[in-house]
Design a protein around this ligand. Sequence first.
Ligand code: T5A
Length: 212
Amino acid sequence: MRGKFITIEGTEGVGKTTNIQYIQDWLQAKGLSFVATREPGGTPLAEQIRDLLLAPREELVCNTAELLLMFAGRAQHLDQVIEPNLEQGLWVLCDRFTDATYAYQGAGRNMSDNLIAELETIVQGDLRPDLTLILDVPVELGLKRASDRSEPDRFEQEKTAFFQSVRNGYLRIAQQDPERCVVIDASQSLASVQHDIQTALEAFWLASRDTE
Ligand code: T5A
């Protein structure tokens, strides 16, 4: 039996890293074998691509280079980590995936959704996440949380309007694909956010058992 592919998404500082541990505990409590990974990154080569993408630099990174680097890392990550583990029946929990490309490069940088969709098909074939949790907070709150935590990376140096477009991009994805995506109000207390995450996971788990 093939494993399930769960992704967690959202703009900067929404709490993905904080809540991944909670999801791992839930998977463990259910007795499910899983791997937790992230994008950009997830393999030694893809982590090097991540470093290239996130490092603040003087040189302007052109949108096409950024987009292709995202998909180059993703191709490696899929080949080395995501596909083999799903194939072996493990669940894969991934901090960001291709929805981030539609939100950041598509909605944020104004790159064409058709171009992203073409690359998605080349790199992923028909592989898509089974469940996507979109943590949603007002942009200012997410940026405040992120800046309280660490120095800004190259993306976090963007203006608020960029992240507003990214947030709208995520909300649009959720509207277009309500079967797969669950939007969680991540401006609540951590306990309330985790309660909502648990509700979404339980519903998904029950539905996936019914279809086995
Ligand atoms: N990117 C990525 C693209 O442009 N295209 C792509 O295709 C992909 C895959 C990756 C960057 O790459 C871009 C998007 C990103 O800019 P990243 O590290 O994955 O970078 O993403 P970030 O959003 O930068 O991750 P962060 O680590 O900054 O944010 P998180 O993980 O969402 O937030 P987290 O958990 O670190 O929380 C931030 C702070 O808030 C607190 C936490 O304790 C922490 O201090 N917090 C809360 N406080 C109060 N109440 C709550 N409910 C809280 N939840 C968290």
